[in-house]
Write a new protein. Structure first.
Length: 126
């Protein structure tokens, strides 16, 4: 008799053991959801890709590419144009990644400044 774990249990254990993997999986799932939401909006409005192209002033292949492209590579303006044309609303949310320390961000700033001495740093406002 096999004592293998269910696949879902194994995946959950892998994600719990590797926070970096968990972040990548979470990011990938968000990408998939966002692309699917764009397609679902079009389908809910009973629009073809050609119809969306007409509404947004782009070709049907451009609409297909937008729906299949990595959502992170789509310009925000393009996304707003598509969603608005189909009568949807776009919500953008900025969250602080608590796993990244302020010190590591400031270290990156210093490193970039050293790479480009002409960069002019302005004081941070609180």
């Amino acid at each position: 008799m096999s004592t293998r774990k269910p696949f879902r249990t194994w995946i959950d254990e892998q994600l719990a053991a590797d926070p970096e993997l968990a972040k990548k999986v979470d990011s990938g799932l968000r990408q998939i959801r966002a692309k699917r939401q764009l397609q679902e909006l079009r389908e809910a409005r009973r629009l073809s890709q050609a119809d969306v192209g007409t509404l947004t002033g782009v070709s049907q292949p451009a609409v297909a590419k937008t729906e299949s492209e990595d959502i992170a590579n789509i310009k925000l303006g393009t996304l707003v144009k598509f969603v608005s044309a189909m009568g949807g609303k776009l919500k953008v949310q900025i969250q602080i990644d608590r796993d990244i320390s302020n010190a590591s961000i400031h270290h990156k700033v210093r490193a970039k400044t050293l790479q480009n001495p002409k960069a002019q740093l302005l004081p941070l406002r609180h």
